[in-house]
Design a protein around this ligand. Structure first.
Ligand code: ADP
Length: 458
């Protein structure tokens, strides 16, 4: 605020400014003999008091306005503001002017803050991993985030909600939220699509009845993957028990026969013992594969770090499988590049991958077939393919072959000593190596199982 000295001088100047014209007129009248000298001082003094009162009133009013502006803008004391460019004036408008300047600056700051908060909120809204919709009145979509656009496979959502979701239970829940019957709720439903999607929706009524009408926030949570995982877990336990129960039932039956009716039948003993040995081996193989699968799953996230010569792996596999291939009258041929191919991996696990693939090729190829293992590199990746001349696999099975216990022909697989876990193990090991498994097949001609891996140097 101005100091009292400045205030006094300004008031004197103001009074002078009002009184001066009166004084000039009074002296002019005196000069022309129209005013008696006795009255001249009285005339000049007349406006002094009203001028003082007027000035005080103006100052008071202006200070009140400045104070209001200070309070509205939540600003600092006016004395702290620079007074650049302000001319001294008769009336105390400088306070008012300073307050206006501060008010403008404060408004600009507030606008900037509001803008940056809005930007942050928009970014946050778009970065939310779950689809979120803001609905206005009559189920109109006012806003949707990137996840929602992706969920409904559109670049932007707009119009009525029913253009995207028509599930009756969901729409009923939305209407109940609008009416405030159940303002906040969670509902699960299925979106009928080519692949049905199971979704949980959280609906919140913002209870905002401004000009823009009612607003609902709808968050969707896609449960399809987790439901599928749950189902897979249930199926896995059921399948594993079933796979173990079958040989176990045969073992129990054989034992009962040996203890009972065939107790003294030595010829039957030999037959039953052979059968029991085969079933025990089957159970043992199943448990080995199950343990191996769970072990691989535990380590799947940690990438192996050894430098492995792929040719050495395949030579080893050929040696391991030699006896079986000779027994079956089939041969395995390696078609490798001249230069050794190195990859970053786990020697034993890669051996497991190619043993499984070559073993399958031996099992499911025609008599006297030749199985070729071909390795091709392109500078960054290596493709190792196991090619067989077998019966091939129909298209509809291809995408499911790597599921646990999935077989095209279960009886045949069991008779050949298969557990239905081989390709699942292959897939997990390949994915641990940051690679891909590609399966192509032509019914009646044969199949190609290709493992694509990054080269060690790349
Ligand atoms: P399995 O122990 O039954 O061989 P896998 O997981 O190794 O289990 O293979 C799953 C199924 O894929 C097999 O049961 C078989 O039906 C099919 N399959 C695998 N490899 C071949 C192949 N080379 N040719 C034809 N079918 C194959």
């Amino acid at each position: 605020m101005l100091n009292s000295n400045g205030y006094l001088w300004r008031m004197l100047a103001f009074v002078l400014a009002i009184t001066l014209p009166v004084a000039i007129v009074a002296f002019w009248l005196l000069d022309h003999g129209q005013l008696s000298p006795d009255y001249i001082m009285l005339l000049i003094a007349t406006p002094v008091l009203p001028a003082c009162l007027l000035y005080a009133k103006l100052v008071r009013d202006m200070r009140a306005v400045a104070l209001r502006m200070e309070q509205a803008a939540g600003m600092s004391s006016i004395e702290e503001e620079p007074r650049d460019g302000l001319q001294a004036s008769l009336l105390p408008v400088d306070n008012l002017f300073l307050a206006m300047q501060q008010y403008r600056r404060s408004l600009q700051r507030m606008l900037k803050e509001a803008q940056s908060r809005q930007d942050e909120a928009s970014l946050l809204f778009d970065m939310l991993p779950d689809p979120v919709l803001v609905l206005g009145s009559e189920r109109r979509i006012r806003r949707s985030n990137a996840a929602a656009n992706q969920f409904f496979n559109v670049s932007e959502m707009g119009g009525k909600l029913t253009g995207f979701m028509r599930n009756p239970a969901f729409l009923k829940a939305i209407d109940a939220a609008y009416e405030g019957v159940i303002p906040d709720q969670r509902i699960e439903f299925t979106i009928a699509d080519a692949i049905p999607r199971h979704v949980a929706a959280y609906i919140v009524n913002l209870k905002d009845e401004s000009n823009e009408g009612l607003r609902l926030i709808v968050t969707l949570h896609d449960l399809t993957a987790s439901r599928r995982m749950q189902q897979m877990r249930v199926d896995f336990v059921a399948n594993a028990s079933h796979e173990l129960r079958t040989p176990l039932a045969i073992l129990i039956g054989a034992l009962e026969t040996l203890i009972g009716p065939a107790r003294n039948d030595l010829a039957a003993h030999q037959r039953f013992f052979t059968m029991m040995q085969a079933q025990s081996l089957r159970m043992s193989q199943l448990i080995t594969d199950l343990l191996s699968l769970s072990q691989i799953e535990v380590n799947e996230h940690s990438r192996p770090s050894d430098r492995v010569n792929l040719g050495a792996v395949l030579d080893g596999v050929k040696g391991l499988i030699k006896a079986k291939s000779v027994d079956l009258g089939k041969c395995v041929r390696l078609d490798l590049p001249v230069q050794p191919v190195f990859i970053t991996g786990d020697f034993d696990q890669l051996t497991q991958v190619f043993t499984n693939l070559v073993d399958n090729a031996l099992k499911y190829s025609r008599e006297n077939a030749e199985i070729i293992v071909r390795v091709v590199t392109d500078g960054t990746t290596v493709r190792a393919s196991v090619l067989d001349e077998g019966e091939g696999i129909a298209e509809e099975h291809l995408s499911r072959l790597t599921e646990r216990f999935y077989r095209v022909d279960s009886d045949r697989s069991r008779k050949l000593g298969g557990t239905g876990l081989g390709l699942a193990i292959v897939k997990h090991i390949v994915s641990r190596h940051r690679g891909q498994l590609e399966i192509t097949s032509v019914v009646g001609k044969g199949s190609a199982f290709t493992v694509k891996l990054p080269l060690s140097d790349s």
